[in-house]
Design a protein around this ligand. Sequence first.
Ligand code: ADP
Ligand code: GLC
Length: 485
Amino acid sequence: MDILAVTAEVFPLIKTGGLADVTGSLPKALKKFGVRVKTLIPGYRAVMRALPSARLVKTYDDLFGVQARLLAAQAAGLDLLILDAPEFFDRPGGPYLNEYGEEHHDNWKRFAAFSKAASEVGGSGVKEWKPCLIHAHDWHSALTLAYLKYGEHFEVPRVLTVHNLAFQGQFPARHFPRLGLPAQSYSEALEYYGELGYLKAGLIAADKITVVSPTYAREIMSPEGGMGLDGVMNARHDDVIGIVNGIDLEVWDPSCDPHLNYPFSARTPLRRLGNRYDLLDRFGLPHRHGPVFASVNRLTWQKGMDLLADVADEFFWKDGMLVVHGQGDPHIEGKFLEAAERYPQHVSVKIGYDESLAHLIHAGADAMLVPSRFEPCGLTQLYALRYGCIPIVARTGGLSETIIDANDAAVHAQAATGIQFLPIDHQGLRHALRRAVKLYRRHRTWERLRRQAMKTDCSWERSAEQYCEIYSRLLNENAELRQTA
Ligand code: ADP
Ligand code: GLC
């Protein structure tokens, strides 16, 4: 089975968050089920620099008014197609924001052009290759499915994965005539509270919608979790499926991680200590006893990072330490920097984005804090499990179903892998930290928890099979329709 995946990010070429991790690892897992994936990405500056020998497949004289090329390359075990449209993608900043942290002014056009090209590649194929199904991710590529549904290739099966409903791709309605979609698509799919909704259009145009955990699939049906799209989600209820993310067990393998001076496994926990000292040195903290708590995260309201900054005194009183690595909301960054100044022996913060440091933090810290207010799936807690760094998570979305809380029964049954907390507020988080410190002081219990965490199966195996089932069912339905037509 050949499919086209369409995404604005893919690890290791371009990443701002978990979307890249998923699109970078799922194709490798699908291979085992006989699914061959080509992944189409925009040719951002970083991508073009990383793939200097990409081959020319096709040229465009006028793609939304600009010249473009479709290129092909192999990298990191992935089969890639790249839309090289320098006017849209060769610029400073990240995929969505410019170097000053503002949205690129023409995002509506950049991602419409990308999606239009994706729909043509998906519908007609390129050279001798033609996919039998299109799988788009998030709002950036959601319009691909609308271009297919309202174009000549309406019969190609379409899957949309929503990684986070908070990001919807909403733009002024005045751009509609420039999208090149028929008038009826506006009222049927694109119109969203008087504006254009790219994600909403994708939700309407998809045959099947997946979200990244079964709990999130339930949460988004309610007004609180649906973020304005709960009506659409309820209308599509029967076609919405929650599939929990897996992780790339090769990229995140503590026993041979090139980012670590002290690789370790569940059987060599003492070697892990070397990473603790490396970590404390990197963050300028003393080599003291006591739990090292960590957070590697976007510093945003969604992630509950303001809550964490507000309870920094806990680490001082309980003789623990906190290391934080992330970037995001300047107000939250400021709160952490203030806390580090107030408790220099206990709290240390590095603002920024550093993949290698993220690996060391998972390997060296005792516990990973993920106090998200909502979390579609979350990957940090999965990496933490694999690295024996006990996850302390808010009970929401994917966090609630990937971590087993260390209540007495679960500890006794040797099933516990972390700590969950509710309510998701200051008190809830403080209480969770205190529970963690108590558990940490019971060394044997903590070690058992760590061993159990490291045993957790975070692979893609089961989830890749679920994606494969969705693809197969859609292809069968499609074949039946054609026979009866
Ligand atoms: P989200 O995609 O919502 O940000 P996830 O938990 O799914 O949340 O994925 C976040 C990914 O980004 C993980 O791979 C995490 O390690 C990584 N990450 C987040 N912040 C940083 C950072 N400052 N430096 C390095 N990696 C980071
Ligand atoms: C989004 C979500 C996160 C999820 C990731 C990958 O960024 O916020 O919860 O893990 O996508 O699916």
